[in-house]
Each structure stands twice: as structure tokens, then as C-alpha cells.
Design a protein around this ligand. Structure first.
Ligand code: ADP
Length: 404
């Protein structure tokens, strides 16, 4: 049987995709359909070192999935033979604590979770339905960003608000980036077989950023909440702050609560403070040229990341590993050093030179040899984990059918 999987990450106006073979090999095909819903939508295909871009005249999600199918059919030399499709789904609520094969009931469950992810889950449902229509013969699997954190205990996932709100509306911390944390956990257990019995802090620092504490490979605390707004300062998100600010912003600016929330989600963070960019690389360049505001934004980002790492560490009885991942965590020695400097009380000591010279895209250990905590850079690969989960469930379902 083929072990190639089409991995789809469907947003409201974009659809990212990749074909993987379930191993660390680079994707056989990858691309993105962008600006869906606008008259300028297009789709890119990257294969074998070449990149092609096509206009999408029917500019919806169905057109994007149809274009992927057409590309596969028209390029037999790429030798793509799919076993199934894996979908990234942002919110699985309390319904999904692991990846599942999609059926009508699962689709309804994903739709029901839209209340917590109104931009993402409806787009996922759309993407799944279009893929079912066009790749109807293939099994489809949903992999949830929230699932890894379903192991949190009630004292960690509950907000200190009236219990009734949890009972009646499921208002609680869910956490995100779970696919990345699970991938990193797997990698850590390969690097250190004792990890199964050890504790780790993982910092996923990208445009969206969060931290997670793991014990025996399971999530015990994480910084994001009912939505990805809670926790660290991010590219355009404020992260945690006094919730009263929301009504102050709405009153002062004469805007609705929803618009005020938009300010916290889209106009804050690195972008809001620097008034230059949400992009860490751009800010590092500006800072190197003496821009004080870029410096301030980066200092605030590092300080808050360190604070949240220390905060989730209070759920661990010891600390053996700290891992940096995500675009910033993997590529910015400056941010890694600034965070580690603030975490010396946790036993974190890095070798400055090893941190500066760590090769891009590879696993590195940057802690000092005598430090009690190993500090790692581990590139994440969420698409691979989605492909592996998809293959695992297909094989499981096949085995069940044969034994039935
Ligand atoms: P997303 O949350 O969108 O998946 P990524 O994980 O791709 O985000 O991370 C994007 C962030 O990583 C951007 O802020 C970008 O500037 C930062 N980044 C990427 N490469 C570097 C680098 N060499 N130095 C500093 N920051 C970097």
C-alpha cells in the first residue's frame, strides 16, 4: 500500500497543502492557495525544486482542492499515489483528545467546536467537505491542535470563574500548538530514552507563540487558553493582560467589544509595540540599526516568554529539558539567549557560542555541559505528524475491517 498522505491546512482565505510519505523526507509536493474569495486568488505548487503559480479563476476552496487533484493527475512523473488525507483542525474542544478518522459524527463535532474558533473551524469543515467531494475514495483524518492538552488536570484547565460557566458552556483553557508539542515530545524521547520519565518545557515561538510543560511526555500546563490569545506576547497578539482593558479600549475608541478584541488579536504584540512589523527578523534588523522601539518589542517578547515558561514550570517536580521550536525559537539566537538569561534560577545555562552558531534546520543542544537542564533547538514538523497519524489510523481501520 502507498504511504503518501495529502496534508491540508485550510484557513478562511487560504489552503496550505503538502504531500508527504510519512518520513522525514522533504514533501513530494507542497503549496498554498492564497486570497481565496478574492478575485486575485492563486495557487502555488512546489515540486522537485521548482515552483509554479497558477491563477484560480473559481476562487473558492473547492477550486483549490480541484487544482491540487488536477496537478497530481497531470504529473504522473511525480509518482503521487495517495493513501489518505490528513486535515489540521484548530479546535477539538473537549470532544477530541486524539486524531480521528472523519465521518459525519466527527464533522458535526468539528462544526460544534466552531463557537470557540469561529474563523478556523468553519473553514476546516469547508475544506474537509470539498476534499471528500473530490477525493471521495480516500479516508480522511482530523488532527487537532488542542488534543495534546486534554491531559491537563482540572485545577489547570479551569478558569477561576463561576463553575456554572464551565458546566453550561465549556469555558476553560484548551491550549494550542498541540501537534507541534507532540512532535517535539516524540523527538525528545528519541534523543533521550529517559525522557519518558522526565520533565520538559517547550517553547513554540512563531508568529503565534505558546509554551508547554510536559511530564512523562504528556502536557500538564500550557500558556494559550480558550483561544490562542492567552499567554505570550506574539506577532500581532497581545497575549495575557488585564481583561478590563477590553472594555476600556472599546469605550475609549468608540468601538464594539468584537473590534476591541480584534485590536488585541491583530494589532498588538510585536507589531503594536514596534509600530514597524510583526516579523521578528525585521525587528532584529531594525534593532541592530539602533531602533529603540524594535528593541523594546523584542525585550518585551523575551521577558514574557521567560515569565510564562517559569509559570508553567510550577507544575513540574523537576526540569530536565528546555526546547526551542517554531520560526523564532529555531532561528533566533538573540531571542533564545534573552529568554535563557532570565531563566537561570531554573538551572538554565547555555553556551553562547553554540547558540549563535547552531546550524539552521537541525537539532542542536546548546546548554553548557555541566548545566542541570539540557537546552535544545528542535525544528518542528507538524505536517509530518499529521501524515503519520493519518497513516496510523488508516492501517488501524484496515486491520479492524479485515478482522471483523
Ligand atoms: P507561524 O506561527 O506563522 O507558523 P513561524 O513558525 O513560521 O510562524 O515563525 C515566523 C516567525 O519566525 C517570524 O516572526 C519570523 O520573523 C521568525 N523568523 C524566521 N526566521 C528567523 C530568523 N532567521 N531570525 C529571527 N526570526 C526569524
Amino acid at each position: 500500500m502507498t504511504d503518501q498522505v495529502l496534508v491540508i491546512n485550510c484557513g478562511s482565505s487560504s489552503l496550505k497543502f503538502a504531500v508527504l510519505d510519512g518520513t522525514e523526507n522533504p514533501p513530494i509536493l507542497e503549496g498554498i492557495a492564497d486570497r481565496l474569495g478574492s478575485e486575485h486568488s492563486s495557487i502555488t505548487f512546489k515540486h522537485n525544486g521548482t515552483k509554479q503559480e497558477q491563477r484560480l479563476y473559481d476562487n473558492d476552496h473547492r477550486a483549490a482542492v480541484a487544482a491540487i487533484k488536477k496537478w497530481i493527475n497531470e504529473h504522473p512523473e511525480a509518482d503521487i499515489s495517495l493513501a489518505g488525507v490528513g486535515h489540521r483542525v484548530v479546535h477539538g474542544g473537549e470532544t477530541f483528545s486524539q486524531s480521528v478518522t472523519i465521518n459525519d459524527e466527527v464533522l458535526k463535532g468539528i462544526e460544534d467546536c466552531s463557537v470557540f474558533a469561529p474563523l478556523h473551524n468553519p473553514a476546516h469543515v469547508k475544506g474537509i467537505k470539498e476534499t471528500q467531494a473530490l477525493f471521495g475514495d480516500l479516508p480522511q483524518v482530523a488532527v487537532f491542535d488542542t488534543a495534546f492538552h486534554q491531559t491537563l488536570s482540572a485545577d489547570q484547565y479551569l478558569y477561576p470563574i463561576p463553575m456554572r460557566l464551565y458546566r453550561e458552556h465549556h469555558f476553560r483553557k484548551y491550549g494550542f500548538h498541540g501537534t507541534s508539542y507532540r512532535y517535539i515530545s516524540q523527538k525528545l524521547s528519541e534523543l533521550d530514552p529517559a525522557y519518558g520519565a522526565e520533565n520538559a518545557l517547550i517553547a513554540h515561538l512563531g508568529n503565534g507563540a505558546s509554551v508547554c510543560a510536559t511530564c512523562n511526555g504528556q502536557s500538564v500546563d500550557t500558556s494559550m487558553g480558550i483561544t490562542p490569545l492567552e499567554g505570550l506576547m506574539m506577532g500581532t497578539r497581545s497575549g495575557s493582560l488585564d481583561p478590563s482593558l477590553l472594555s476600556f479600549i472599546a469605550d475609549a475608541e468608540g468601538i464594539t467589544m468584537e473590534d476591541a478584541l480584534n485590536v488585541l488579536n491583530k494589532e498588538s504584540g510585536l507589531k503594536g509595540i514596534s509600530e514597524i512589523s510583526n516579523d521578528c527578523r525585521t525587528l532584529e534588523t531594525a534593532q541592530a540599526q539602533g531602533d529603540d522601539r524594535a528593541q523594546l518589542a523584542l525585550d518585551m517578547f523575551s521577558s514574557r516568554a521567560a515569565k510564562h515558561l517559569a509559570s508553567v514550570s510550577t507544575n513540574l517536580s523537576s526540569l530536565e529539558h528546555l526546547v526551542f521550536t517554531g520560526g523564532i525559537g529555531e532561528n533566533s539566537p538573540l531571542i533564545r539567549e534573552a529568554i535563557c538569561q532570565r531563566l537561570q534560577t531554573l538551572g538554565i545555562k547555555i553556551d553562547r557560542n553554540t547558540n549563535q552558531t547552531a546550524p539552521r534546520g537541525e537539532i542542536s543542544c546548546i546548554s553548557l555541559a555541566d548545566a542541570p537542564v539540557k537546552v535544545w533547538i528542535i525544528p518542528t514538523n507538524e505536517e509530518l505528524l499529521i501524515a503519520q497519524d493519518t497513516l496510523h489510523l488508516i492501517n488501524q481501520d484496515t486491520a479492524t475491517t479485515h478482522s471483523a
